[in-house]
Design a protein around this ligand. Structure first.
Ligand code: PLP
Length: 424
């Protein structure tokens, strides 16, 4: 594969964009290569600026559950844009999207739309603090909830990828209000929630930002119980899992329901959206119904709500069955391709991670103990064979409804060759 134009663009980008990218993981530094500039997508496939084609398992990091350029989503955006791109006034799309979210998510009676998951996390914490009159929040090591100052403590995704325990520029006073405990450690949750007066317990119910690391049996139930006992608000971040692992997200799958739910990605159908939802009692603390301030020039943008509604409209029971089948076949194919090479493959419908570990992976320490060099070499080999996968083990693959049999086969073949080259 030639990457002449990508290389040229990257050189220019390095002069104009810090690190040459608009978001860190895209730079591919964790797998020791330069980023690839993309030109277009179609279904489960991407084409770069040099004309190389790839099976795309990133799918924009989650929003594109229907794949690239789904005709219904493109038509909805085109129809909406014909009426104008933004009004800064209420629109029908916001009401319809909120109704659709509330119909799917048990915890949600009302919704505030934002332009990103980061803003939705920020808003949820502000509401939890206002409602409880407390400041401290508990989060888990390896969980990522966007680049909110106070939550950049042992965060996953780009921070784990680049081994940044936190970020310079974050006031110590802000992370001091964040208590971090290991994922899947019940004793640590009980101790922290009894020792500190917590405003919120914040969790990805299906963490996917240190790679995919589901909760052990009973762990989410424990979070619910500790929140109830201590009066903390349980905030479940479903930015990745929402509308992906089931119609009603992780909460439907696990039966553990939050007080507030943070959403993003799929609800915007590939355009910038986030959302926070919950019970009326908490949601009506937000201005102008209440006095907790939150706002956004482009919040509830009509193009984004149209794309989100069109995407959710595709997600019926049959779609979830197909997504589960595609993911299972990918997981089975990768296990077969590994042929004894020591990897631990974790998957749930619509999500998958290949951990370079002999053992099950249950928390951030386990993820960091993996053979990241082997993961990097394997990933570079897959890219060379036309498979675009998350360029870090601290992320999840995003199977979509658009991935085909042929794309699955190509991926498994490429994986087999990559494992074979590692064995050599
Ligand atoms: C679980 C989770 N929460 C929040 C965010 C932040 O969302 P955004 O990137 O839209 O700000 C992300 C982003 O990947 C995420 O995975």
């Amino acid at each position: 594969m030639k990457h002449t134009r990508s290389a040229e663009l990257y050189r220019r980008a390095l002069e104009l964009l810090p690190g040459g990218v608009s978001s860190p993981v895209r730079a591919m530094r964790a797998i020791g290569r330069d980023p690839i500039f993309m030109a277009r997508g179609e279904g489960g496939e991407l084409e770069d600026v040099d004309g190389n084609r790839y099976v795309d398992w990133v799918c924009s990091w989650g929003p594109l559950i229907a794949g690239h350029c789904h005709p219904a989503v493109l038509a909805a955006i085109a129809d909406a844009s014909a009426n104008g791109t933004s009004f800064g006034a209420p629109t029908v799309g916001e009401v319809e999207l909120a109704a659709e979210i509330a119909a799917r998510m048990e915890a949600v009676e009302m919704v505030r739309l934002t332009s990103s998951g980061t803003e939705a996390s920020m808003t949820a914490l502000r509401m939890a603090r206002a409602a409880t009159g407390r400041e401290r929040v508990l989060k888990f090591a390896g969980a990522y909830h966007g680049h909110v100052d106070g939550l950049l403590a042992q965060a996953g995704s780009g921070l784990a990828t680049h081994a940044l325990p936190s970020s310079p520029g974050v006031p110590a006073a802000l992370t001091a209000a964040t208590v971090v405990v290991p994922w899947n450690d019940p004793a640590a949750v009980v101790a922290a929630s009894e020792h500190y007066e917590l405003a919120a317990i914040l969790a990805e119910p299906i963490p996917a930002n240190m790679g995919l690391v589901p909760a052990d049996a009973g762990f989410l139930e424990l979070l619910r119980k500790q929140a109830d006992i201590t009066g903390a608000v349980l905030v479940l971040d479903e930015v990745i899992s929402g509308f992906r692992v089931a119609r009603g997200g992780a909460q439907q799958r696990t039966g553990v329901v939050g007080d507030l739910v943070v959403m993003g990605k799929i609800v915007g159908g590939g355009l910038p959206v986030g959302a926070v939802g919950g019970h009326r009692r908490l949601m009506e603390t937000l201005a102008p119904a209440g006095d907790v301030y939150q706002a956004g020039t482009l919040s509830g943008n009509p193009l984004a709500t149209a794309a989100g509604l069109a995407t959710l409209g595709l997600l019926d029971d049959d779609a979830y069955r197909r997504l589960a089948t595609t993911t299972q076949r990918l997981a089975d194919g990768l296990v077969e391709a590994a042929a004894g090479y020591p990897v631990w493959i974790e998957s749930l419908p619509g999500l998958l991670t290949v951990f370079f570990s002999e053992h099950p992976v249950r928390n951030l320490d386990d993820c960091q103990a993996c053979d990241l060099e082997a993961h990097a070499a394997w990933s570079r080999c897959l890219l060379d064979h036309g498979v675009y996968l998350p360029p870090s083990q601290f992320e999840a693959w995003f199977p979509s409804l658009a991935h085909t049999e042929a794309q699955l086969e190509l991926t498994v073949d490429a994986a087999r060759q990559a494992f074979d080259s590692l064995k050599r």
